[in-house]
Design a protein around this ligand. Sequence first.
Ligand code: HPA
Ligand code: ZN
Length: 355
Amino acid sequence: MTDSTFTFTDLQRVPQSALPALLKRMPKAELHIHIEGSLEPEMIFQLAQRNGVSLTYPDVESLRRAYAFKDLQSFLDIYYAGASVLLHERDFEDMAWAYFQRAAADGVVHAELFFDPQTHTARGVPMGAVIEGLHRACQRAHAELGVHAELILCFLRHLSEEAALQTLEEALPWRDRFMGVGLDSSELGHPPSKFQRVFARARRLGLHVVAHAGEEGPPSYIYEALDLLQVERIDHGVQALQDTALMQRLVRDQIPLTVCPLSNVKLCVFGQLTAHNLRQMLELGACVSIHSDDPAYFGGYLLDNFQQTCDALQLNAWHAYQLARNSLQASFVSNEQRQIWLDQLEACCLRALSS
Ligand code: HPA
Ligand code: ZN
């Protein structure tokens, strides 16, 4: 890992009024987005009509009103119902393309999209329709928007490890279309230790490995993800601060934590954004970055997450720089490509300093 170019003292000189423009312009990597969580209510209704799927909500407004969650599970119930309108390759492509257009406008230069194949194959949707549809949108994002995009296949942790192993085998004909595997869905009661064999298999296949841990679950789930699954990044990880030794290890080893502030508030992990621990973790030297999780459900895309978090936690240009830089450091791109974006980030900050 290269040293930061800017010190706190340097970037503190950027006026707060220049922060919104800097946040937008900085090249950023989106590393924690569930692409099914980018399905806006309008698109859910459009696809339901196109595919003849019936929904339990009469209209967009009543669906949106149901987006009042008390915890992760209450969200997941609605999220899986929304995903039921996705049937054909084109649906997956349209969903991801709509996301990429928003991402490009937010200054995202690289996105690693989580997708949940088991949510779809359980309804009879072919694996190929899911992966090829998403892949086509990724190619189009690169060609037309200049956004680099990759896919990460997630296993649903409320299902068995056997089901995860089967899903991985079923996806292997498209091995070159996804760069890694992840672990999502209901965390409590489904520790990472349940998925040791499937993660070992994924690692042997040369796939990158990440897992959600410490969103609602205890620090022990983060230890398990690191020690038993040997993950390269922790998704969320906000419960790590409960355990000093764990926090020291995350800082020492610079294990990336992909934090999703608006999600954490919507799912009641924190009572309000001002109570979020992201600033504390960042100032302890952890490799934390900001992401959007399920932006259509949680009230904002990447730039909204940055802006609202900076406002609520009174972050300055130094924090913003660290957050963008950490997202690039944590991404699974070549060092050559990473350096190009790090240089662009530096140029953005220099411009903010001289304006
Ligand atoms: N946590 C766990 N699983 C998920 C989430 C989340 O926030 N979003 C979609 N699947
Ligand atoms: Zn997530």
